[in-house]
Write a protein that binds this ligand. Structure first.
Ligand SMILES: [Zn+2]
Length: 180
């Protein structure tokens, strides 16, 4: 099985950071992506990164690559934000597109459950939105938002390599249990 791991955005994407600027979203997304790749490789999966740690790969390029490589599943990793200043919004949510396949929904449910179990975070549920990487990819696709960069407590978690590993383990477990 071939999984595309998509660390959202790029290292210098404008705006995508905590209010104090100490956390860039890509740092978290890529940290989880690297750890998830290791887990999947050790289990015999093939993985492909859609992102690049030197630039912000466009959404259309990510989608094209996934469709061209005919990957079996697409997982996009993100950290959330609510506004641009510190606030109380918190928790974890997983998305599929509005017209998602049953497989996409199953993967999203399994990953969301695993993330909540593994991290102890608050579940904001499985949600639907037509993000380009979900709508335009031809295979099952999900997008995880693993916590809020605009919440001080969660921003600290998102920075920690231990939390990044927990998220990677949960996504790996969720994929395994849903793709069986
Ligand atoms: Zn993002």
């Amino acid at each position: 099985m071939k999984i595309m791991i998509d660390a959202g955005h790029g290292p210098n994407t404008a705006g995508k950071r905590s209010p104090d600027g100490t956390l860039r979203e890509f740092m978290f997304n890529e940290g989880v992506a690297i750890r998830l790749k290791k887990l999947l490789l050790a289990d015999g999966f093939t993985t492909i990164f859609s992102h690049d740690n030197t630039r912000d790969v466009s959404l259309s390029e990510r989608v094209l690559l996934a469709n061209r490589e005919k990957v079996d599943a697409f997982v996009s990793i993100h950290a959330n934000a609510y506004g641009t200043t510190w606030n109380d919004a918190h928790g974890i949510e997983t998305y599929t597109s509005l017209q998602a396949s049953d497989t996409s929904i199953k993967i999203a449910i399994c990953i969301q459950q695993a993330l909540i179990l593994r991290t102890g975070g608050k579940s904001r549920g499985v949600k639907k939105a037509d993000f380009a990487v979900l709508l335009e990819t031809k295979m099952p696709a999900v997008l995880v938002e693993c916590g809020f960069m605009t919440n001080k407590k969660e921003a600290n978690l998102l920075k920690s390599t231990n939390y990044q590993l927990q998220c990677a383990q949960a996504i790996y477990f969720g994929l395994l249990s849903s793709l069986k």
